[in-house]
Design a protein around this ligand. Structure first.
Ligand SMILES: Cc1cc2nc3c(=O)[nH]c(=O)nc-3n(C[C@H](O)[C@H](O)[C@H](O)COP(=O)(O)O)c2cc1C
Length: 219
């Protein structure tokens, strides 16, 4: 039974954002989940496959509501204290599958991204490790009020980046990933347990009208 001196473990959703069976981002997410567990938090490791959903269509939403896959992802985000996404970079940006999922889930009211702490990671065979995609991923998440951790982790040369047991092949990369996850969790703990930062969030920055079609501000 959690108490003030022995609170429940932090719950962290760890999300591999690629559909590919041999996804290097799924491997990186799996390693991150293990590091979360070793830091005494609870990891909920999920993959994009669990959240099948159609392309966003406002008419479909009006006719049939929000799809089951989006509802399932919404619930998992809602239940966690923080989330980690490991995403590929497609054409220097966010894969459409992930952006589509964010768009659907953002249609819940209240949407679950607001005020959640998030750590972004990527893996790619390229030398930049998919890092440009993470800068693009920041935009919709920060727009939705997610507190995206300043440090990000990008694994370059991912095709040769893992050992058989799922660690990173380069000791320095493994150390940096471990430190990044551990430091992120310290911030999550501080934010979840000790500090209650409130900030206003507006879907449409600068919007000053009372028209219902634009009024989605959440305090
Ligand atoms: C449509 C497409 C675009 C891509 N664009 C980039 C890119 O801009 N930068 C990059 O580093 N890798 C790019 N890649 C390569 C992916 O990073 C690589 O396929 C990676 O392994 C995908 O992640 P996964 O292993 O988790 O599936 C692209 C791949 C595809 C299919």
């Amino acid at each position: 039974m959690p108490t003030a001196s022995h609170p429940r473990p932090l719950r962290v959703l760890v999300f591999g954002a690629a559909l590919r069976a041999q996804s290097s981002n799924a491997r990186l997410a799996s390693l991150a989940a293990r590091l979360v567990t070793e830091a005494n938090a609870t990891a909920d490791l999920v993959s994009m496959h669990e959240f099948d959903m159609p392309l966003y269509d406002g008419d479909a939403e009006a006719a049939r509501g929000l799809p089951d896959g989006a509802a399932a992802l919404h619930r998992r985000i809602d239940e966690c204290d923080a989330f980690v996404i490991s995403s590929p970079e497609y054409n220097a940006s966010v894969p459409g599958v992930l952006k589509n999922a964010i768009d659907w889930v953002s249609r819940f009211h209240p949407q679950p991204f607001k005020d959640k702490q998030a750590l972004l990671m990527s893996a790619s065979p390229s030398l930049v490790g998919g890092n440009r995609g993470l800068w693009a991923l920041r935009v919709p998440l920060e727009h939705l009020g997610t507190r995206v951790y300043p440090d990000m982790f990008s694994l370059s040369r991912s095709h040769e980046g893992f050992t058989q047991d799922g660690n990173l092949a380069h000791e320095s990369a493994q150390k940096r990933l471990t430190e990044t996850v551990t430091d992120f969790l310290k911030l999550v703990e501080a934010d979840t347990r000790y500090v209650c930062l409130q900030r206003r969030w507006y879907e449409f920055l600068g919007d000053a009208t009372d028209a219902p079609v634009t009024l989605r501000a959440q305090d």
